[in-house]
Design a protein around this ligand. Structure first.
Ligand code: C2E
Ligand code: MG
Ligand code: MG
Ligand code: MG
Length: 286
């Protein structure tokens, strides 16, 4: 009887595993098609100065406009794309699209602001990365300093020496580098000092809970201190409440990003957001 049960269980698991493998293969096929058909888009979330609320930059966040499922968030497809390596061509599209979009904004004569995008580990390991970034910047006439690339600690620490070399070639090109989700990965402080980076972005889990949890607040404050001690700019992400923004401002955090200022928005919504913010200034000067 136990044997029969074991056999059933084995069959069950096999069926489930097959199903899972099939749905992964389906997702992989769908993602490849999505890239061909142009179903990806970037949504833009503002980063503002903590001191004055001035727009400093926008982070481009990937979305998949699926014909049946609607807007799909990156959490649902980036892990698989990283596993299969499809993140490399998808990431190349993100770099190209960010450069194209920021060039369009610059051509519209908007006040200038930076653009950041997220890289995955596979892209950082790809020897062609710097050339790819350089080509996209050149194609669209975007000065390298406008673009900032976000990496995570864990991503860099995995084969740190090689990744450090890649980071140096990117920095030599003139693009900015930021460490994203800081505080959640495993980076040694000795290495952190060797990263050729400009910025730390405090993970939103600390920022989100800092009002309720003294430990998260202490960690947030410590990261701001650490970043400044290393000569880095510090960004808090996930700022949702005015009280958190006030605390971060008092602590001399440099930039704030979060729903309090704006959600990630498709281009027309971001342009409307921008126009609305600029409007009172125009009225005052007129
Ligand atoms: P991330 O780079 O840390 O991006 C910030 C995430 O926090 C975004 O989620 C954003 O929508 C969310 N967020 C921002 N402000 C708030 C807030 O005030 N409250 C809350 N609850 N959330 C906030 P999203 O867009 O779902 O992206 C998730 C992650 O997917 C990103 O985290 C990034 O690691 C990854 N990702 C997004 N786009 C790309 C891409 O083009 N390439 C790669 N490799 N990864 C990407
Ligand atoms: Mg990011
Ligand atoms: Mg990230
Ligand atoms: Mg983050």
């Amino acid at each position: 009887q136990a044997k029969a049960g074991g056999k059933d269980a084995a069959e069950f698991f096999t069926a489930e595993m097959t199903q899972r493998a099939e749905s992964r293969m389906q997702l992989d096929a769908d993602l490849r098609r999505a890239l061909e058909l142009g179903q990806f888009e970037l949504h833009w979330q503002p980063r503002v100065s903590a001191a004055g609320g001035v727009l400093l930059g926008v982070e481009g966040l990937l979305r998949w406009q699926h014909p049946q499922r609607g807007l799909v968030s990156p959490a649902h497809f980036i892990p698989l794309a990283e596993e299969t390596g499809l993140i490399v061509p998808i990431g190349a599209w993100v770099i190209e699209e960010a450069c194209r979009q920021v060039a369009a904004w610059r051509a519209q004569g908007l006040p200038s602001f930076g653009v950041s995008i997220n890289l995955s580990a596979r892209q950082l390991r790809d020897d062609g990365l710097t050339d790819l970034v350089r080509a996209s910047l050149l194609r669209h006439g975007v000065p390298p300093g406008v673009l900032e690339l976000e990496l995570t600690e864990s991503m860099v620490m995995d084969d740190a020496e090689r990744n450090l070399r890649q980071m140096h070639t990117l920095r030599d090109l003139g693009v900015g580098l930021a460490i994203d989700d800081f505080g959640t990965g495993y980076s040694s402080l000795a290495y952190l000092n060797r990263f050729p980076i400009d910025k730390l972005k405090i993970d939103r889990s600390f920022v989100h809970d800092m009002l309720a949890d003294p430990t998260d607040r202490a960690i947030t404050m410590a990261i701001i201190g650490l970043g400044h001690a290393l000569g880095l700019q510090v960004v808090a992400e996930g700022v949702e409440e005015p009280r958190a923004a006030a605390l971060l401002r008092e602590a001399r955090c440099d930039e704030l990003q979060g729903y309090l200022f704006g959600r990630p928005m498709p281009v027309p919504a971001f342009e409307a957001w921008l126009a609305e913010r600029e409007a009172p200034v125009t009225r005052v000067t007129v």
